[in-house]
Design a binder for this molecule. Structure first.
Ligand code: Q9C
Ligand code: ZN
Length: 381
C-alpha cells in the first residue's frame, strides 16, 4: 500500500496547550508523524509519496524582519475548493490569517502574546454555527473563540501550511485509492474533531471529510462510509455529515460521558431529519481491551456492509493503545494487526486517514493496522 506524506506538518509544532487550568507540553507533535514514517521505512509496506512541491519557505506569521502575508494559491486548483466545500470560506480565512493577526497585535500594539494563539472565550460549545445571521467578531480574541471549541488546539505561524499539507495528503490518498484500491494518508495535524467552522482537538481541517468530498466529486453516485476507530469520538466528521445520506459515519470511541469531546458521541445520535440512519456511535467503557473491542468493530463493519459502500475511509487513531498518554483503552500492538485484518477481510476500496495516537509505539501500531489490512485481503493484498 502506498502512503501520501507531506513534510509540511513539521511547521506545526506548538509549545503548550491549556489543560485543566495549566499550560502543559503539547501531545500532538511532529515526532508522531516522523515515527510513523520511520516505521514505514523499516517495514517496507510500500512507496511513500512525498508531497513537497510549490510550497514557499515562509509562514503565515512573523519573522524578525516583519509580517509575511499568507498565500492561499500555492496548492493549485484542486485542494482549496475541496477544503472550502467542507469548511466554508470564513473559517478557511480564519485558519489562514489568525496567527498573522495575533502576531500583528504584538507587533503593533505591543501586547505580549506567546508564539501560539489560543482562545480564552467561546461562542458555543459542541455545536457548529449557522451559515447566516451571526456576526463574526472583529478582534483576534473574538475570532479565535468563535472558530474554536477548546483550549488544546494552539495555532502557530506554521499551522496554516501544515494543515494544508495534511489535507493534501488526504486528497492524494483518495487519488491513489482510485488507482490501487487502498492507500494510507499520513495526515498531521489530525482532522476528525474539526467541524465545518470550528477547530479543536488538535484538528483544523477535517481530512477524512475532505477525502469523502473528493470521492463524491470524482463520482457523484459514490456511496462513502467513514469508520472512525480513534479513541475519541469524531465530533467534527459526525457534524459535517449528520444530515446527509450519501456518507455513512460510524465511530467506535470512549464514552463521551467521561471522555473528550464530552458533548457529542452518544449512541442516540443517529442522523438528521434528512438522513435518519446516516450516523452510528458505538461508545465503549474506559478500560476496554481487544475482547471488548473486536465484537464492536464487527458490528460497525456489518453496519457498513448494509450500506454497500463504494469506498471506505478509515479515520485511523491508535490512541486506543494500552500505553497511550491521554487515553484509557487497552489494545496491544498485535491487536492492531487484528484490527486491520478484520477491515481487510471485507475487501472494500479503503483510504486510511491518520488521526490520533500519542505513544512512541505509534509507528508500530499504525503499520500493524496497514499490514493486517493487506494480510486480511484488503486491496487484493
Ligand atoms: N491531556 C485526537 O486524538 N485533549 N485528538 C485532551 C489531553 C483533547 C485528541 C486532554 C484530545 C484531542 C485527534
Ligand atoms: Zn484521539
Amino acid at each position: 500500500m502506498k502512503t501520501a506524506y507531506s513534510p509540511l506538518h513539521e511547521r506545526h509544532d506548538p509549545e503548550k496547550e491549556f489543560y485543566r487550568g495549566l499550560l502543559v507540553d503539547c501531545f500532538e507533535r511532529p515526532r508522531r508523524a516522523l515515527g510513523i514514517l520511520r516505521e514505514l521505512g523499516r517495514r517496507e509496506l510500500g512507496e511513500v509519496i512525498e508531497l513537497d512541491a510549490e510550497i514557499p519557505a515562509g509562514d503565515s506569521g512573523t519573522t524578525e524582519s516583519g509580517i509575511i502575508e499568507p498565500s492561499s494559491t500555492i496548492f493549485g486548483s484542486r485542494l482549496l475548493p475541496l477544503i472550502e466545500h467542507v469548511h466554508g470560506r470564513e473559517y478557511v480565512d480564519f485558519v489562514e490569517t489568525i496567527f498573522r493577526d495575533w502576531a500583528r497585535e504584538t507587533h503593533l500594539a505591543g501586547v505580549p502574546r506567546p508564539s501560539y494563539a489560543l482562545p480564552y472565550t467561546f461562542n458555543r460549545l459542541g455545536q457548529d454555527h449557522d451559515e447566516t445571521g451571526e456576526v463574526v467578531p472583529g478582534t483576534v480574541d473574538g475570532r479565535l473563540g468563535y472558530f474554536s471549541f477548546d483550549t488544546c488546539t494552539p495555532i502557530t505561524a506554521g499551522t496554516w501550511h501544515a494543515a494544508l499539507g495534511s489535507a493534501w495528503c488526504a486528497v492524494k490518498g483518495q487519488e491513489i485509492v482510485l488507482a490501487d484500491g487502498a492507500a494510507f494518508a499520513l495526515c498531521r495535524p489530525p482532522g476528525h474533531h474539526a467541524h465545518r467552522q470550528m477547530c479543536g482537538g488538535y484538528c483544523f481541517f477535517n481530512n477524512a471529510a475532505i477525502a469523502a468530498e473528493a470521492f463524491r466529486q470524482h463520482e457523484p453516485s459514490a456511496r462513502i462510509a467513514i469508520l472512525d476507530v480513534d479513541y475519541h469520538h469524531g465530533n467534527g466528521t459526525q457534524s459535517i455529515f449528520y444530515d446527509r445520506d450519501d456518507v455513512f459515519v460510524v465511530s467506535i470511541h470512549a464514552d463521551p460521558l467521561t471522555n473528550y469531546p464530552y458533548y457529542l458521541g452518544h449512541s442516540n445520535e443517529r442522523g438528521g431529519p434528512n438522513a435518519p440512519e446516516s450516523n452510528a456511535n458505538l461508545p465503549l467503557p474506559d478500560g476496554t481491551d481487544w475482547n471488548g473491542y473486536a465484537p464492536t468493530l464487527q458490528r460497525a463493519l456489518d453496519m457498513i456492509r448494509e450500506r454497500d459502500p463504494s469506498h471506505l475511509i478509515v479515520s485511523l487513531g491508535v490512541d486506543t493503545f494500552v500505553g497511550d498518554q491521554i487515553s484509557n483503552f487497552r489494545l496491544t500492538s498485535p491487536d492492531f494487526f487484528e484490527l486491520g485484518a478484520l477491515i481487510g477481510e471485507r475487501e472494500w476500496d479503503t483510504l486510511f486517514v491518520m488521526e490520533g495516537g500519542y505513544h512512541d509505539e505509534i509507528g508500530v501500531n499504525v503499520v500493524n493496522v496497514l499490514e493486517g489490512f493487506e494480510r486480511g485481503g484488503g486491496a487484493r493484498g
